[in-house]
Design a protein around this ligand. Sequence first.
Ligand code: FDA
Ligand code: NAD
Length: 428
Amino acid sequence: MGRAFVYVILGGGVSAGYAALEFVRRGVSHGELCIISDEPVAPYERPALSKGFLLPEAAARLPSFHTCVGANEERLTPKWYKEHGVELVLGTGVKSADVKRKTLLTTTGETISYKILIVATGARALKLEEFGVNGSDAENVCYLRDIADANRLVNAIQSCPGGNAIVIGGGYVGMECAASLVINKINVTMVFPEAHCMARLFTPKIASYYEEYYKSRGINFVKGTVLSSFDFDSNGKVTDVNLRDGTKISVDMVVVGIGIRPNTGLFEGQLTLEKGGIKVNGTFQSSNSSVYAIGDVAAFPVKAFGEMRRLEHVDSARKSAKHAVSAIMEPDKTGEFDYIPFFYSRVFTLSWQFYGDNAGEVVYYGDLSASGSTFGAYWVNKGHIVGAFLEGGTREEYEAIAKTTRLRPAIEDLNELERQGLGFAVTF
Ligand code: FDA
Ligand code: NAD
């Protein structure tokens, strides 16, 4: 049993949705394009899962956040795929791929062949077991990668009103979930091994602003240590968390956000890998010319930095999808991807954006001591601005730091940049 398509997108997440929109805009015929996803629902905006989905009231639920809702794009409901002749093969995993034969074998036993494959398999959440701790299957231990995880998390929250949660990990999932738990009136302790939160991006000074704000909302921090084991009750629920520094903390629920691994397994030994992902060129083509990779799973050249990067953020998932489809359908008119990384987060009433690279010396501006204030930073490397961060900006101010980072102005005097602060970007 088998079907054949011209284009197959493997994975049904953010980048898959944006790739489908671009294919349809550029005019694929009915029956030419297929998306295969092991999730049971059409592609959706994953960032909603740690934000609107977890609200105690008026929570976001599908179909309201299918891709590509927002910013003048269409919302791609299952009806949209049907109307545009895009085959959605949902609730179906791909268990093996043969890039020489150009075939995929699904968990239902079907062989699906393609002329062009776009790998959009994203990533999976790292499990505690990979760090030597057992208990991921306990009903009050929650991860957050897909909608099934998010439903489980909502159930856990609802089953312990006013209860105590431990959040393991001080990255994006940890920070956004901790805020959502507090909004749900759950008491939160965050535990992570680093000296401060968001260690991959924030400087100690920036982290301190957010930690102080979190403390003012009642969140406790236990830093510089990791989980060593759980205690369970007779039903297998976690009752206590034991930390390596000897602390024992009683809990009603646990949220784990300790990083991800790109889903490259189907292609190991078949495609060249780099930075944990599938290595692609400036048009997202892998080492096999019929296979492209986009989103979290792709390691691509970032022209501005002169090096390969694998990004784990929604803006690059959306834009890499669009660029890859353009390269596939109009190769002569599509140049190399020229992208400035963009990350953002929203927690409580706070909201920040970051553009570029966090390399070099850091120049701060604004009031970092007052909670709720506007502040930011520039990163200056080899005499040029290469990165910019802003908390609490207006749309025009965010656009200004984005533009400044893209144009990489030369900076001779760091003190003068500090004096001008946000004004430098706004008037640049
Ligand atoms: P994505 O993970 O979206 O999709 C991969 C798809 O492939 C899934 O549907 C998966 O099930 C499927 N799949 C994998 N293997 C398969 C197989 N063998 N067979 C079939 N299907 C398979 N970023 C940001 O910039 N701002 C933000 O606020 C947030 N917030 C946020 C919250 C939460 C909770 C998460 C988990 C992530 C974010 N992100 C984010 C990150 C952002 O969501 C992420 O970068 C994109 O979803 C990546 O899109 P992809 O399409 O690459 O993977
Ligand atoms: P992350 O990489 O942001 O953070 C991982 C964290 O795990 C680290 O900060 C560290 O504190 C912690 N950690 C590592 N080893 C540990 C250990 N042994 N014990 C305890 N903690 C440990 O990953 P994440 O927070 O899990 O997020 C998952 C993915 O979702 C990322 O790709 C992220 O980009 C994405 N995401 C992005 C956003 C956003 O951009 N606003 C929001 C949510 C999720």
